[in-house]
Design a protein around this ligand. Sequence first.
Ligand SMILES: Nc1ncnc2c1ncn2[C@@H]1O[C@H](COP(=O)(O)OP(=O)(O)O)[C@@H](O)[C@H]1O
Ligand SMILES: [Mg+2]
Length: 503
Amino acid sequence: MANEKELLFEARKLTKHFGPTVALDEVDFKVYRGEITGLIGENGSGKSTITSIAAGMQPATGGEMFFEGKPHRPSTMIEGARLGIGMIVQEQGTVSGITIAENIFAGEEERFRVGPFISRGKMNAEAKRVLEDIGFTGADPSAYIDTLDMQSRKLVEIAKTVYNKPEMLVVDETTTALSQHGREIIYNIMRKMKENNKAVVFISHDLQELIDICDTLTVLRDGKLITTLDKERMDEATIKKYMVGREMKGDYYRADYGTKISDETVLKVDRVTSGSGMLMNFSMEVHKGEILGIGGLSHCGMHELGKVLFGEEKLLTGSVTHVASGDKIENTQSAMKHGFGYVSKNRDTESLVLTASIQDNIISASYDRIAPNFVMTGSSVRKFVDEQVESLSIKCAGVQQDVQFLSGGNKQKVVFGKWIGRDCDILILDCPTRGVDIGVKAAMYQLIDQMRKDNKTIIMISEELPELIGMSDRLIILKDGAAAGEFKRSETLDENSIIEVMI
Ligand SMILES: Nc1ncnc2c1ncn2[C@@H]1O[C@H](COP(=O)(O)OP(=O)(O)O)[C@@H](O)[C@H]1O
Ligand SMILES: [Mg+2]
């Protein structure tokens, strides 16, 4: 009966800003004991943000939280765990370079002290028991965690989290990374938590899984809580109805419709299965001068596709061919030789050297262009860099300034400058407008559109449907590493039909 439910966690007007991005906008969210509370919403709707704030991974910008009736403001995940919140994170949650047992008991080694020593034997034996408790057998706790595959590492993380006996367990998009066996393990744990009058917050994109498991389901969109559905109202059509309707703010996308795409194929992806296993037997063709949008939910393989196209991820089978030359793209050298550019999703770690200057970053992909005879003069460098800084209006104190002190938008402009300066023919952009403000976004869209008009080919991978719809000539949606649907540019194309194939 609804009025007997016991409240465990509550967020009131919880707000989180990342620079210009409003990840959470005054969200009120309640979690009850004895229930599995589902969270769903498109990529970027704020699911990980709200749960990670509850677990102590990051602070909120505003609002309040309560746990067991008391004000709740954990400043670290360790504090969150001590207070009774355990979280299985969306990313890798184990620490490389130490053993399985050390991962499970990190920070608690004292428990295994025998005289002046920490007893490895005791610790490993206890780790074995903890792993077996959740049904994970066969791993040697004294082995380095790096010897395990992704699923097994997740299971170690799960075992560790459960071992701390949380009152509230958060499971953030974990099931997609698991096989059926792994899923059964986690379903079991969630069921037991519920039986023991504890609480679970379960984040997944798998509608059927959510409907089967959850007692209530909360829908987030653009950092706002849209609705909470009880069991009776949980059906696929209703859930999807609440998920869509994201605002298409502004009119800074392309305005043209009906523009013909060239028949010329510049790039051919043939039955590719990638080393990470995130792309499965995937094929597509890319045409000259088009903006090809690639979308999908987390773990659909779209980011790996970007790496594959740029030769950064090894293939198990299949090939990527630069059609004009007939060459296979097997590494970044061959990609760059044929005029590919790549802007990674992880701009700060993969596309920039933060401790180097704007100038050094911009010229880093173009030594061969600036100095064809291996002589790089000060004036040729200056001219090259000034051109980019000016045409992109990068706001900086000077080109010698370190990139790390620039705003997100200006950092992204530096990354663009690096590839535009090189005059790339095929530009692979992974989440090009992530974490930049509206003004910079608009500038990026104009730039991308200008490149298209200059007959460059652009592959734009994005987690935001509005920009994919607004900018692409063609849009391929991936699901589980394969193409789930393809859409042509059209004024009438909306989110509904896309979300239909995406989930
Ligand atoms: N560390 C971060 N820096 C900048 N922006 C972030 C960061 N983490 C999340 N965001 C942004 O906050 C929004 C919500 O993200 P997130 O909570 O991860 O969404 P979800 O888990 O629902 O996919 C997104 O727009 C995302 O790009
Ligand atoms: Mg997330």
